[in-house]
Ligand binder design. Structure first.
Ligand code: FES
Length: 621
């Protein structure tokens, strides 16, 4: 089990410790199983907060409102002292409640307790996509390492140390900072005037004794669900290693609006999200460096992309204006903070490139995706879709590129679906229903299913539609085989029997249809806006983890994607990560991406004429 110590609640934790110095404090201990982490506290504490403080990232889609039912834990001690809340009764079976299962967010703990965290309640072990195309052309990083062997100063050659470097490089415009100047004299004299310097444009930002090291770049795609990091060799643009990690902000809600709401509670809450993000980047970069024998000090340059909320969080920009209408960002310009300013561990003087964002709900990840997918480079009619909690869609027609963002929700990530889960071991990822009703399942990790992830949900709904278990209005046929009625008399379709039956209920199907309806409405509105129809679409490019695992024919089957020949659909993995890698390896890519930004028109869906009609049409099964 992976355990990460988070900054979350650090102040609160300090508060606990400080209170122990008073004369009458009474502390109690919460022990979390199976990892054995103990948390000592002086004051009563909410179960979700306690887990956070112990560094355990519980899934909390609703941000602790008691509505998602995902933060289930089991009280191993004194369960009878915690009567189940209405939310517990709604999400947990009576049998389980009797065994001590409760929603962590509904618990108040004020004495010694032992709590078991089931695997399915923690954010880990997910398939976190870091792949994507590796593009090696056009390598010209913004930082350059140069080895110098200088002639030493003597009575006949009295020029200053830094002027000696300027002369050697034949660049009179070269400048540097005080830190580098302070280190320079001993560095030159102790190393026989043989040193390495790092420059960014005309600025020398670092100097060391000469050694054979590579110039390394760090590319980061901060997604709402996961953070994908890549270490790059800046000499050739190759990816040396990659690693994905769950975005720890999820502990504050999977929904971006829940996190924005948390940040609006105050400066310390907003800074908590900033520090969490930076901590996760630092930790992941450190693990990648160790994997290939480097240290974070070897990182010379960094590029970070993300949706606009993530962009504001990792730059520690105020997010209040993103949370309320009309949802405008603080800035859409490219930014160049120092790594030190953001707290990212790297070479002293290293910089960070944060590419432009497009609008409140269209960030630099969308831009990076379109750049990596070659939008703007040809005249084909192309649709680009990055499916997530917010799905960004771009349509390119006759030199115009128009982008929209649609709130597709987290249903394809397994949230709000009774047996929904992320793509981890035990998740049903593909479903086939034969003509005679036989169900075949593909389960990640080849084990008994414990839930169903986005691609499995999509398959199940598409196959139910094909076999007419689902009608065109999206209703489950109560008389179909494998369909039974729940306690409220609503039909549910059983996908897997066994110790843990996995079902898809009418409510689940409704959630999927709403999600796919939002995506389809976005596509149809873009086509309407640019005056084209299906027959004009020459290519659909799909990015993102869910997009890579789903079967496009099933996405077309339920009407999420327009029906076009399968060979015209291309999936490209984490294209935002690919775009970030291109930008860390090349200043030309940065310039081209900024040029592309100027060509992207943002279209606000909710104010589009007949939006309701497009949406209603989109959700039909
Ligand atoms: S039900 Fe507890 S976080 Fe959602």
């Amino acid at each position: 089990m992976r355990v990460v110590f988070l900054r979350i609640g650090y102040e609160l934790l300090l508060g606990c410790i400080e209170q122990k110095t008073g004369p009458d404090f009474m502390t109690f201990t919460i022990e979390f199983q199976p990892n054995g982490i103990r948390l000592e506290c002086a004051n009563s504490i909410n179960g979700l907060d306690a887990a956070r403080q112990a560094g355990i990232e519980l899934i909390s889609v609703c941000g602790g409102e008691g509505t998602c039912g995902k933060c289930v834990v089991q009280l191993l001690s004194d369960a009878d002292e915690h009567p189940p809340s209405d939310a517990d009764k709604k999400h947990i079976t009576i049998n389980k409640i009797e065994q001590g299962f409760r929603l962590a967010c509904q618990l108040t703990i004020n004495k010694n307790a032992k709590i078991y965290i089931p695997d399915g309640s923690i954010i880990e072990g997910q398939i976190l996509q870091t792949d994507g195309e590796d593009i090696f052309q056009n390598v010209c990083p913004s930082v350059k390492k140069t080895t110098l062997k200088l002639s030493q100063a003597n009575l006949q050659d009295l020029i200053s140390d830094f002027s000696r470097i300027k002369n050697e490089l034949n660049n009179k415009d070269l400048s540097t900072d005080l830190n580098t100047l302070r280190k320079l004299p001993p560095l030159l004299r102790e190393n026989d005037w043989h040193i390495d310097i790092w420059t960014r444009g005309n600025e020398v930002f670092h100097a060391t004794p000469h050694q054979k090291t590579r110039s390394i770049g760090l590319a980061v795609d901060v997604g709402s669900t996961k953070i994908a990091c890549y270490l790059m060799d800046l000499a050739n643009g190759r990816t040396l290693t990659a690693k994905g990690t769950p975005n720890p902000q999820i502990a504050f809600g999977e929904d971006i609006m829940a996190r924005l709401g948390y940040a609006m509670q105050g400066t310390s809450q907003a800074e908590e999200l900033f520090h969490l993000t930076i901590h996760a980047i630092n930790q992941t970069a450190l693990e990648m460096c160790q994997r290939i024998g480097l240290t974070p000090e070897d990182i010379d340059d960094i590029c970070i992309v993300g949706n606009t909320a993530m962009h504001h969080f990792f730059l520690n920009l105020p997010t209040g204006s993103l949370a309320v209408s009309p949802f405008v960002p603080v800035t859409t310009d490219p930014l160049y903070p120092s790594a030190k300013e953001l707290g990212i561990n790297s070479k002293p003087g290293a910089g960070v490139y944060a590419p432009p964002v497009i609008a409140g709900f269209i960030g630099s990840d969308h831009l990076a995706f379109l750049y990596a997918a070659g939008f703007g480079e040809d005249s084909r009619v192309r649709l680009g879709i990055d499916i997530g909690t917010n799905t960004e869609i771009a349509l390119q027609v006759k030199g115009r590129i128009v982008s929209v963002s649609t709130a597709s929700g987290p249903a394809f990530e397994g949230a709000h679906i009774k047996y929904g889960m992320r793509a981890a071991n035990g998740a049903i990822e593909h479903v086939h229903i034969s003509e005679n009703g036989e169900i075949s399942l593909q389960v990640i990790g080849d084990q008994a299913p414990i839930g169903i992830c986005g691609s499995g949900i999509l398959d199940a709904v598409a196959q139910m539609r094909v076999r007419e278990i689902l009608n065109h209005r999206g209703r489950i046929d109560k008389s179909a085989s494998n369909v039974k009625l729940d306690k409220q008399g609503k039909p549910e379709f059983t996908l897997a029997y066994g110790e843990k039956p996995i079902t898809l209920s009418q409510t689940d199907v409704d959630q999927i249809l709403l999600a796919k309806g939002a995506i389809r409405a976005g596509i149809d509105i873009l086509m309407d806006h640019l005056g084209i129809d299906l027959s004009n679409i020459e290519e659909i490019v799909i990015a993102g983890a869910f997009g890579s695992y789903m079967l496009p024919e099933h996405a077309m089957g339920i009407g999420m994607l327009p029906s076009i020949p399968l060979e015209h659909i291309k999936t490209i993995g984490n294209a935002a990560g690919t775009g970030a890698r291109m930008m860390v390896a090349s200043t030309n890519s940065r310039r081209q991406t900024e040029d592309l930004t100027k060509r992207i028109e943002y279209l606000e869906l909710t104010t589009y004429k007949d939006f309701d009609m497009f949406y209603a049409r989109g959700i039909k099964a």
